[in-house]
Design a protein around this ligand. Sequence first.
Ligand SMILES: [Zn+2]
Length: 101
Amino acid sequence: MTGPLPCPFCGRVPIVHLGKKGHCQLHGDPYQAVVVACRTSDCSAKPSVAAGDLYNGGEAKAKKEAIALWNRRPVIKLDPFGITKPGENVVIDQSQGIDNG
Ligand SMILES: [Zn+2]
């Protein structure tokens, strides 16, 4: 299983933990997601995502879903020659700005 990528705002390693247990308001069924979150004290964004359900698919599947959601990133094309591939680290050339097209 691939681990979570660093926080996109501060670059620190996020934590993976179980979310708060809840119950479906309609049917009363329990649910509990897995949360991936940046809890670094000096991270100004403190992003987090929650996905999966321990009661519907198990913890491993929920973790995989939460990490996949956290790891989702936009593909930013910075090199006109196509040297970098999606998911690779890229060096941002500040003089050229960012082209999201
Ligand atoms: Zn952060």
